[in-house]
Ligand binder design. Structure first.
Ligand code: HEC
Length: 194
């Protein structure tokens, strides 16, 4: 009986702590996934209703004004940093940092290797100075709706406005199924460890 409990306790302890470690990572990924779903939902809703009500030209101004606002709202409400980025940018303000650009390149090569974009994600814990940060990215796939403003045959009226607003626009010429960019999220883990 005694020997058994000596054997069982350390074993349980090892399994128990491993599970705990796995759960901490999973909770962050689950939280990030849920936020992405909500964030993407809000953006798509805004876009769809704007396209229905006023057409693509109204929708562009909605995108320009509302996308950054929704992004800020999500960041301040959730305690996470939430944004969108891409290697082919429309708004230079959305440019990624080195880590984000590396992950975007990784997504492109995973896609080239045959992986589906709809579930593609990547996460990592990194140290910035003495702070531990959890970072997460989720691929954004081009769908039908996006072609209005990011496709190969954008209507001249829309194209003109886009050029006016974004003189260095690179986010054009996409096809359905392309990688448009990614949602990028970050959260500080420092408090958890202290
Ligand atoms: C009505 C036009 C319009 C449609 C439709 C549209 N977008 Fe955009 N998109 C924009 C504009 C304008 C911006 C720049 C927003 C800003 O200034 O932050 C943008 C920016 C982005 C960005 C941020 C990175 C960057 O290049 O600045 C991503 C990612 C993106 N769009 C993805 C999509 C996806 C995916 C779809 C389809 C679900 C889509 N867009 C549909 C107009 C549109």
């Amino acid at each position: 009986m005694k020997i058994q409990s000596i054997l069982i306790i350390p074993l349980f302890f090892i399994i128990g702590t491993n599970q705990l470690a796995a759960e901490t990572v999973d909770t962050n990924i689950l939280e990030a996934r849920e936020l992405v779903q909500k964030f993407f939902g809000s953006l798509k809703n805004e876009l769809q209703s704007a396209l229905q009500e006023g057409g693509p030209i109204t929708a562009i101004s909605i995108c320009k004004l509302k996308a950054p606002r929704i992004t800020k709202e999500f960041s301040s409400l959730s305690g996470w940093y939430v944004a969108r980025t891409s290697l082919k940018l429309r708004n230079p303000f959305n440019a990624g940092d080195d880590w984000e650009n590396k992950v975007l390149a990784q997504f492109e090569s995973r896609k080239a290797g045959g992986e589906e974009l709809n579930e593609m994600e990547y996460s990592e814990e990194i140290m910035i100075k003495d702070k531990k940060i959890f970072r997460y990215m989720k691929a954004i796939e081009v769908m039908d709706l996006c072609l209005n403003c990011h496709g190969e045959n954008v209507k001249p009226g829309i194209s003109r406005i886009l050029k006016q607003l974004y003189p260095n626009d690179q986010a054009i010429g996409f096809k359905i199924g392309d990688l448009r960019g990614a949602f990028t999220l970050a959260k500080s883990l420092s408090n958890v460890d202290q």
